[in-house]
Design a protein around this ligand. Structure first.
Ligand code: TIU
Length: 232
């Protein structure tokens, strides 16, 4: 256990009970030609966080912590995509349409994959989710409970959509949640700033926020033993 400097106050970091939860770092959101771009967004700010996410992921793996990746996407027949999600807005490509990275937001297509720099390793949990929150219609809660996880450190995209929705779902389920502020981004800078502010307001009503450097320093703290060496 170590006190990780964070806002609104120090996060009581316990690596053995904490999962790194990486939200939707998929080509469909981060690269041109995918779902994010089809909605009219500039994806380049999201690409910029990949090295920061990779640094935290590498340190987490070295420390032996639990790693969970999520992917937003739908079955090829779109039976798990609500009509409202399919029809809303005026995208250049709709979910299921064929784009430069295969069918948009469909499981197994090239655009659905996690970017190569953050590709899951064998043994890491990968959660496919049809919605914005990672707990809705997924086995995430059961998988975390099975591993004794009580805390989540979150990274990924987009800050105010899938990351915030998941963090709120997790908070209501009793997890202590910390968002790595320079390892998350939005297509809308003001929405990211507002999300960080609303998470930490009211004494941390949703959770904690800290920079990647603080997480890396905590992982290097001798008080945070590699998980395999922790007493049971
Ligand atoms: N992963 C995620 O945030 N899905 C979205 O659709 N985000 C948008 O900001 N559109």
């Amino acid at each position: 256990m170590t006190a990780l400097p964070a806002r609104p106050f120090a996060f009581p970091f316990d690596l053995a009970r904490c999962a790194l939860l990486i939200i939707d770092m998929q080509r469909d959101f981060v690269e041109p030609g995918g779902f994010g771009a089809s909605l009219g967004n500039d994806v380049s700010p999201l690409q910029a966080i990949v090295p920061t996410c990779a640094a935290v992921l590498a340190a987490w793996r070295t420390a032996g912590g639990c790693v969970v990746h999520t992917r937003e996407g739908h079955r090829p027949d779109l039976s798990d995509c609500p009509p409202a999600k399919l029809s809303r807005g005026n995208p250049s490509l709709r979910i299921g349409d064929l784009g430069p990275m295969g069918r948009v937001l469909v499981i197994g297509e090239p655009g659905h994959a996690i970017v190569p720099a953050l590709a899951p390793m064998p043994g890491e949990l990968v959660i496919d989710k049809p919605g914005k929150g990672a707990f809705y219609a997924t086995p995430l809660q059961a998988e975390l409970q099975q591993r004794g996880i009580r805390q989540l450190v979150l990274m990924g995209v987009t800050t105010e959509v899938c990351v915030q929705t998941t963090m709120r779902e997790a908070n209501d389920r009793g997890y202590d949640c910390l968002l790595v502020e320079d390892a998350t981004d939005s297509y809308f800078p003001a929405f990211k700033a507002a999300t960080l502010a609303m998470i930490t307001a009211q004494g941390g009503i949703v959770g904690w926020v800290a920079p990647a450097a603080a997480v890396l320093a905590a992982l290097a703290d001798p008080a945070v033993l590699p998980v395999a060496k922790n007493p049971a």
